[in-house]
Each structure stands twice: as structure tokens, then as C-alpha cells.
Design a protein around this ligand. Structure first.
Ligand SMILES: C[S@@+](CC[C@H](N)C(=O)[O-])C[C@H]1O[C@@H](n2cnc3c(N)ncnc32)[C@H](O)[C@@H]1O
Length: 356
């Protein structure tokens, strides 16, 4: 069978054993097809940089929980959950505006290029299609360490590359923006500095980094420690970030004009009724985080999850600069013309910096 991005995606959905670069796709085949399909990014590829062979070996050997659902993984169920492209649209829109330096994504300059370092199967890129459907081209290059994630993104027709955050197969001064979001805590302590140094290297002078995570001790970080770590097969023993660490990482990588702020980053799911909207939110969280049954009884699991969210995901925005009246303080269910929407509030911590 001819190997294409589509067959790679189909096989990714079936959780095949990974080939050396992508599931059923070698690095050479990937590069050939990528250059043809995504010529706007083709000249940025840099697979012959010093150290690339060792980095490719590492990719072939190491596989994280986002590949498949086998052996305690949650990759396949995570990708199924991300078919709900608009669930995290509010936060994604804010992050894209920050990284591109625009107030309205529909006015994005056509030459803009953004690297989404922890891009998964391209949720941010797909969300941009919803936010600014009339853009003549999609400026996002999706990137991820997990081969099945990258195969998924390519299967959506997106430009995507498999690489680790701390060693990018991309040339110096290539991008206007680098986004590192929704998973920065998965990058280990010692790799965080290398990740920021790589972001700095591939940014053009004047380009901006946006580094997003949840603050240690915040309700969202406690969700990971108290719920995901206990109920996901792979656990979730990752350290989140502090403001000081974010600031230091960007400063030591060479960035200037550094800011550390909070953004409203809720999860919203809709349904035909209030209870269906809440059910959709709980199913989304269960699939995305690979939560296993705590009690063996689905109704009890759902009730316990809902109870935890209602008691713990609570925010007081009075000290947050720029907070808006529409931000929910607790899990809120509201009626809409089509039914109802359930909104789970989260505050995320975001650092930005400029490559001078
Ligand atoms: C929580 S997912 C987020 C995916 C996507 N941005 C989204 O919001 O749906 C985190 C992603 O980071 C990737 N990842 C984890 N560690 C990484 C690393 N060191 N380098 C590159 N990607 C990494 C994982 O494979 C996973 O796809």
C-alpha cells in the first residue's frame, strides 16, 4: 500500500506499532510528502543539523502516554476527545492573539508563522480555522513528540512534524511566534531550559514566545494532582510551574520584554439540556485524561467527579488584572437557544517574551 499521511492517520487511529519516525512512515518518506504538501514550511526543515541522528534515535526508542491507549496510555481517547474542537476555544484564542501580537485573529498578517511545540493532533491549528475561517493560509506548524499525535494532525490536513521540544528539526530564525501550551508540565525539569533555548533559536528577531501552564497549587494544578494522578493509568506525576520559574526560564533563554500573567481558559461543552451538557463535559474530561473508574459504577464515578469539580474548581478573580464579568467562578450551566452549555472555569499562567 502506498504510504501517505491519510494511511498514517487511519493506522494511528487503530494504534499500530510505531515505525521509526511516524506510525508506518519513515523519516525520509515523511520529509518527501511534507515538502510536497506544505511547501510554505519546507525550507524550515533541518533534519541534517548536528545531533539530529541521536534525537531521531531517541524518538524511535521513547514513547509517552499520548501515543495509544495500550500499556496505560491515553493517546487514542485523548484524540477522540479533541474532536470537540471548540471546547477550549476561549483560551486558545487568547494564546494565539498573544503569540501573534494581534487583537483580532481574522486580521493576522498573511506571512505570519507560528510553531505549536506541544501541538498534539493539531487542536490549536484546527481551532484557528474556526476562529478565522477566512484566513488565506493556516500559519501554524503543529509539532509533537508522539508519532500518533503527529500522524493525527497530518491526517487532518495540517502541517505537522514529530520532534521533541528540547531538540527541534527546524532552522534558526524561522517563526514569528512559538507557542508552548497545554502540556508544558510534561516537559521534565531539566529539559525546560533546553525547550526555551530551542524556542529562542527558531524565533525570528522580534518574534514572541508564549509559554502556558497551570500554576502550582492552583485549582487546575490540583485537578491533575488529586484526580488525574489517582485515576489515570499512567498517573500524572508532573510538576507544574511557578511564576518565578517561568520568568527565570525565559530570561535565561535570552528573552526580553518578559511578562507573566493569567488568562481565563475554561472548558465548555454543550448539550440539548442542562444534564446533557454536564454529561458531555464529564465525558470530555474522562476521555481526555484517560480516567479509569474509581468505583466500578459509572453513575457513582460521574457523581464523584462532578462533586470534586464543584467543590474545588473555584476562582476569585478580584486580584486578576483584566478580569471580565463573563468569567465563571465555579462550574456553571446556562441555557442557550439550542439547549445548554456547561462551563468549567480555569485560570492558566502564561509567560511571554520577545527575541530581541
Ligand atoms: C495535553 S497534550 C496537548 C495537545 C494539544 N496542544 C491540545 O491542547 O490538545 C500534551 C502534548 O505534549 C506532547 N509532549 C509531551 N512532552 C513533549 C516533549 N518533550 N516534546 C514535545 N511534545 C511533548 C505530548 O505528546 C502531547 O501530545
Amino acid at each position: 500500500m502506498k504510504r501517505t499521511f491519510e494511511t498514517a492517520r487511519a493506522s494511528g487511529a487503530a494504534d499500530v506499532a510505531p515505525a521509526d519516525y511516524l506510525p508506518r512512515l519513515s523519516r525520509t518518506e515523511f520529509e518527501r510528502v511534507f515538502r510536497r504538501r506544505h511547501p510554505e514550511f519546507a525550507d524550515l526543515l533541518y533534519f541534517d543539523r548536528d545531533g539530529a541522528d541521536a534525537a531521531l534515535d531517541r524518538l524511535a526508542r521513547e514513547h509517552n502516554e499520548f501515543e495509544t491507549d495500550a500499556a496505560g496510555g491515553r493517546g487514542r481517547s485523548y484524540r477522540l476527545a479533541q474532536r470537540a474542537t471548540t471546547a477550549r476555544l476561549t483560551g486558545i484564542a487568547t494564546l494565539l492573539e498573544m503569540v501573534a501580537g494581534v487583537a483580532d485573529l481574522r486580521r493576522l498578517p498573511p506571512e505570519t508563522s507560528v510553531l505549536d511545540v506541544l501541538g498534539g493532533d493539531g487542536l490549536v491549528s484546527r481551532a484557528l480555522r474556526v476562529l478565522a475561517p477566512e484566513l488565506p493560509r493556516n500559519p501554524v506548524l503543529t509539532s509533537d513528540v508522539a508519532g500518533h499525535m503527529v500522524a493525527g494532525a497530518l491526517g487532518w490536513g495540517l502541517a505537522a512534524i514529530r520532534q521533541a521540544a528540547d531538540f527541534l528539526f527546524l532552522r534558526e530564525a524561522s517563526f514569528h511566534g512559538v507557542l508552548i501550551a497545554y502540556g508544558s508540565h510534561h516537559v521534565g525539569g531539566t529539559d525546560r531550559a533546553a525547550m526555551c533555548a530551542e524556542a529562542f533559536r527558531v524565533l525570528r528577531p522580534g518574534g514572541r514566545i508564549v509559554l502556558h501552564d497551570f500554576e502550582e497549587g492552583s485549582p487546575a494544578a490540583r485537578w491533575f494532582h488529586e484526580v488525574v494522578h489517582r485515576r489515570a493509568a499512567a498517573g500524572h506525576a508532573y510538576r507544574h510551574y511557578t511564576r518565578g520559574e517561568l520568568y527565570r526560564l525565559l530570561r535565561e533563554a535570552g528573552f526580553t520584554e518578559i511578562t507573566v500573567t493569567e488568562i481565563y481558559d475554561p472548558i465548555r461543552m454543550s448539550g440539548a439540556s442542562r444534564s446533557e451538557a454536564v454529561g458531555a463535559l464529564l465525558r470530555y474530561l474522562t476521555a481526555m485524561y484517560g480516567l479509569r473508574s474509581g468505583t466500578g459504577e459509572p453513575a457513582t464515578d460521574r457523581a464523584e467527579l462532578l462533586d470534586w469539580l464543584e467543590r474545588n474548581m473555584r476562582y476569585d478573580y478580584r486580584s486578576v488584572p483584566g478580569h471580565a464579568a463573563h468569567w465563571c467562578s465555579t462550574l456553571t450551566v446556562s441555557d442557550t437557544p439550542d439547549g445548554a452549555v456547561a462551563e468549567l472555569p480555569r485560570l492558566a499562567l502564561v509567560a511571554t517574551g520577545v527575541r530581541g
